[in-house]
Design a binder for this molecule. Structure first.
Ligand code: HEM
Length: 418
């Protein structure tokens, strides 16, 4: 097509791994465009970013997810044929199952469990010289996630199981050992939770009806059939794994707090509005999801650009949350920008865009709550030192993580309840 800027390249898959989060955004800047064509994974691809592109991407009459997510991502991050790959009525029905777990009451119950786990973890940390916040926060989130979801915790294996959840996320932008570790972690976790689902169905184990474990075990699809036990396990992992993944945002929040200490008092204040802004700015500013993929259902035109049936389309998530057309001084961390944000569904899209009946993240509210709890705890309840370490984030490491995983020292509890 003549109008759409085109990269002339045999295949850009390697550049994608090298440029990482900046892959699409860098080319958008260089070509001064919201959309361009290239080749990825041996096929033509359209890459696009910005608010209008996000709105287009979430038009389910134009794009579908089935066939759009590479098997290597399904076998590590998501689980094969899970909710992320569904379309139409089957997707809506499955999505209602996930959203039914996210009532205000159940979210508040999660926040309460999470506070207990921060408290318990901090009492252990007080006795240690130094901790790594990344692994520790993943473990405490895993404990809260299991208690909330009805999944039993075995003290002997809890850290290993939390690490497995984390390793599935670590796998997504990796080739080689980090990817392989994620696949192994997924196999182990699916086997464990498939056995648990079968126990629940056999009545050998009982959980409250408002938990994710119960919901996945006894959900019926549109044909009134139970999910295959493996699929029920996969969807249960689609609750626990991303809760554990919030550990990454806890670390990003801790880095932001360390680099902008003027917010510590504001975050500790009872009113909570700064906590909300700080959380939103952390989700906007720090790299987590690089881009999302879908496939064109049938030929159409958009702003003069041709989209051909079957073409792979990538939406630039990182670039959209750093787009100077949407965010003033996007590379400055400034929570106050959210004082006047209009809450639009297509600009702050670190966890996807559009509405929750589409593919937008089912756990976005829970994520925001969990980050608020974590930041309040760090700012108000904990005393700690941050020893010299490299807290830099490389945009070519997907998913992003500081090498040192945020070390903390001389941890003590202050006399303020959270
Ligand atoms: C979907 C990001 C936390 C459950 C998504 C999507 C993104 C995302 C980018 C895809 C949106 C799309 O395909 O259009 C994140 C990030 C998180 C997070 C960065 C921070 C850790 C959570 C939590 C849960 C969760 C805590 C559950 C408790 C889901 C589910 C989907 C999803 C079930 C699939 C939705 C669908 O396909 O309809 N998330 N998420 N996520 N997320 Fe999250």
């Amino acid at each position: 097509n003549e109008q759409t800027p085109q990269e002339h390249t045999l295949d850009n898959s390697l550049a994608l791994l090298k440029d990482g989060y900046d892959f699409i955004f860098k080319r958008r800047r260089e070509m001064d465009t919201e959309i361009f064509r290239t080749r990825l994974l041996g096929q033509p691809a359209i890459c696009m970013g910005g608010k209008d592109a996000a709105e287009l991407f979430y038009d389910t009459t134009k794009f579908k997810r089935s066939g759009a997510i590479p098997k290597r991502i399904q076998k590590s991050l998501f689980g094969v044929d899970a909710i992320q790959t569904l379309d139409g009525d089957a997707h809506r029905h499955r999505k209602m199952l996930f959203m039914s777990l996210m009532s205000r009451e159940r979210l508040d119950a999660f926040a309460e469990l999470l506070r207990e786990e921060w408290e318990a973890a901090a009492r252990r940390w007080e006795k240690l010289d130094e901790i790594e916040l990344f692994g520790e926060s993943q473990e405490l989130l895993h404990r809260a996630a299991c208690r909330w979801s009805g999944v039993p915790i075995d003290e002997k294996t809890v850290r290993q199981k939390a690490d497995d959840m984390g390793d599935m996320v670590e796998a997504f932008g990796a080739v080689g050992p980090r990817h392989a570790a994620g696949r192994r972690a997924r196999r182990r976790t699916e086997e464990w939770l498939e056995g648990f689902i079968l126990d629940l169905r056999a009545g050998e184990f009982k959980v409250p009806e408002d938990t994710a474990a119960y919901a996945m075990a006894f959900h019926r699809d549109l044909q009134n059939r139970e999910l295959d036990a493996r699929m029920a396990a996969i969807e249960l992992i689609n609750i626990v794994r991303p809760i554990v993944a919030i550990g990454r945002y806890v670390v990003f929040g801790a880095i932001a707090l360390h680099e902008h200490p003027q917010y510590r008092e504001k975050l500790a204040a009872d009113e909570g509005k700064y906590r909300q802004w700080f959380v939103q700015e952390t989700r906007r500013f720090y790299p987590f999801t690089p881009f999302l993929g879908a496939s064109v259902i049938h030929d159409f035109q958009w702003k003069g650009h041709e989209f051909e049936e079957g073409t792979m389309v990538l939406l630039d998530i990182y670039g959209t949350t750093h787009d100077p057309k949407l965010w003033e001084n996007p590379d400055v961390f400034r929570p106050e920008r959210f004082e006047h944000w209009d809450g639009g569904p297509f600009d702050l899209i670190p966890q996807g865009g559009g509405g929750y009946d589409g593919h937008r993240c089912a756990g976005e509210w829970l994520t925001i709550d969990a980050m608020r709890v974590g930041l309040e705890f760090l700012a108000k309840r904990l005393d700690y030192e941050v020893p010299e370490q490299d807290l830099g984030l490389s945009l070519s490491r997907m998913p992003a993580l500081p090498e040192s995983r945020f070390k903390m020292r001389n941890i003590g509890l202050k006399n303020e309840a959270v």
